[in-house]
Design a protein around this ligand. Structure first.
Ligand SMILES: CC(C)(COP(=O)(O)OP(=O)(O)OC[C@H]1O[C@@H](n2cnc3c(N)ncnc32)[C@H](O)[C@@H]1OP(=O)(O)O)[C@@H](O)C(=O)NCCC(=O)NCCS
Length: 451
């Protein structure tokens, strides 16, 4: 093997860390039909097989829309749709349903084929109980159904055996009547029923862009949105709904983005912590999104403050790793592991996908004044608002503790604290205990925020 570079070692660490933390967790993959026809499809399934082999519980929900359209066309059966409040739904007549089943199982078996090639056992199953959607806007949707129940116990048994369940877009009534159910709905229902830690929407989407947004959230240099809170996702959907594409191709791809984003938002609101939309045609996109620092697609995540929490002892190596280079070059005051543990309750950390990416502390110095200290962000996550949110969280904590003022001592970060509303204050304004401990040689500046 060639020599391994330091960045590769970092990546290996990241993968092991992730694997040890999340193995045994469920990840649902909703995979759009065009991906199954892409030359990269075998590679994608191989990556899913690898995840299953290393202990992740992998569930696959294949979309089959275009395949169903093609099979119905071959049979000279017209595809008609009924309008609902959200998206149009296919009307599945009794003439069409056998062919819809055939098309859906054909797609599911493509996954089976490549999983077998990777020596991973899979099950195409009847894990969805469905009921008829009924009459929509005067149109009888016949064999079109909606999820009634996901058989989570059976799915868990299969997953605990290390097998991969594949859920085609068909559900059955308790009496055995088949219904065509939208795979988006199945993906959502199965993610919540199994308490999946992640839902991946693997699509032909080359990345959500912010071009049409009135207020642009932070994007990658190529203009793609890399992460959105649920609130931001809602704003994107609202802006997207009102936007007319400049041509048909743009309108079609925007509709697809919006549809995927709506699924992501629903899943996120239903408790799936992270939803990732990735382009399945890009080699390794799922692994990149899981294991590289900034991923390859767009991540939608629940409330931002969910990620900020108190420091646990197990986080110590992580925050020392964050602080060490800053302590070495004098930006942060040196603190030993023991000193941090002594005031453990003062520290908060910002966790992203199981790793600590930023930290900060609020020390109570009496006189209703608190010091915001040890604020540090992982450089790979710089400029994404983590530092600001950690400070915001600590300010809130100070308010709850009835402090009247917070301050920070800084030698090189004054502009940043000013941008957060802090104002320079004299050393004399510090509480007495802190004044006594103030290092005259360091000549730190005091920045304070009145609460
Ligand atoms: C300061 C620090 C915590 C900011 O972290 P962050 O998560 O990148 O911060 P945010 O994303 O909230 O803010 C980034 C913005 O602040 C600016 N910024 C970052 N460091 C800055 C500094 N030292 N001075 C002025 N502005 C700074 C960035 O340019 C960026 O500006 P933009 O929004 O216009 O693009 C991080 O740079 C760090 O770890 N610095 C070293 C430790 C330190 O100085 N801690 C404070 C003393 S307790």
């Amino acid at each position: 093997m060639n020599d391994i570079s330091l960045s590769q070692v970092d990546l290996i660490r990241e993968v092991f860390h992730y694997q040890s933390r999340f193995a045994g967790s469920t990840i649902v993959f909703k995979i759009e039909y065009p991906i199954t026809e892409d030359p990269g499809f075998p590679g994608l399934v191989k990556d899913l097989a690898l995840l299953a082999k290393t202990g992740f519980k992998v569930v696959i929900v294949p979309g089959a829309k275009e395949n169903i359209d093609a099979v119905l066309k071959q049979q000279n059966i017209a595809s008609t749709y009924a309008t609902t409040t959200d998206f149009p739904v296919r009307v599945t007549t009794s003439q069409a349903i056998p062919f819809v089943e055939m098309a859906a199982f054909d797609v599911a078996s493509r996954f089976m084929t490549f999983l077998s090639g990777s020596r991973v056992e899979a099950v195409i199953g009847n894990f969805v109980r469905a009921r008829g959607l009924g009459v929509k806007n005067g149109v009888d949707t016949e064999h079109t159904g909606t999820v009634d129940k996901i058989y989570a116990d059976s799915l868990n048994k299969v997953l605990n055996l290390g097998m991969v369940p594949i859920l085609p877009c068909i559900g059955w009534s308790p009496s055995g009547k088949p219904y065509n159910v939208q795979s988006d709905e199945i993906a959502l229902a199965v993610s919540t029923a199994l308490k999946a830690v992640k839902l991946f929407i693997v699509s032909v989407n080359d990345g959500l862009r912010a071009d049409f947004l009135p207020e642009k959230p932070k994007t990658r240099p190529d203009g793609r949105l890399d992460r959105l809170t649920t609130r931001e996702a809602e704003a994107v959907i609202a802006a997207g709904n009102g936007y007319k594409g400049q041509n048909e191709a743009e309108t079609v791809s925007l509709q697809r983005y919006l549809r995927e984003l709506k699924l992501a938002l629903l899943a996120s609101k239903a408790g799936v912590h992270r939803v990732h939309i990735v382009d399945g045609r890009q080699a390794g996109s799922v692994l990149k999104e899981l294991f590289s620092n900034l991923g390859a697609g767009t991540m939608i995540y629940a409330d931002e403050y969910d990620s900020i929490r108190a420091l646990h002892s197990r986080d110590l190596p992580d925050i020392l790793r964050l602080m060490e280079p800053l302590m070495q070059n004098g930006i942060l005051i040196r603190r030993s592991a023991d000193q941090i543990l002594e005031r453990k309750g003062d520290y908060s950390v910002f966790e992203i996908d199981g790793s600590v990416r930023a930290c900060g502390a609020l020390h109570d110095w009496g006189e209703a004044q608190g010091e915001i200290a040890a604020v540090a962000t992982d450089p790979q996550y710089a400029d994404m608002g983590l530092g600001r949110r950690i400070v915001g969280f600590l300010v809130e904590k100070a308010r709850k503790a009835k402090m009247r003022r917070v301050f920070a001592l800084t030698t090189q970060t004054q502009d940043w604290f000013e941008s957060l509303g802090f104002k320079e204050a004299p050393v004399e304004a510090l509480p007495e205990q802190k004044r006594t401990a103030y290092d005259q040689n360091r000549k730190s500046k005091v920045f304070a925020l009145e609460l």
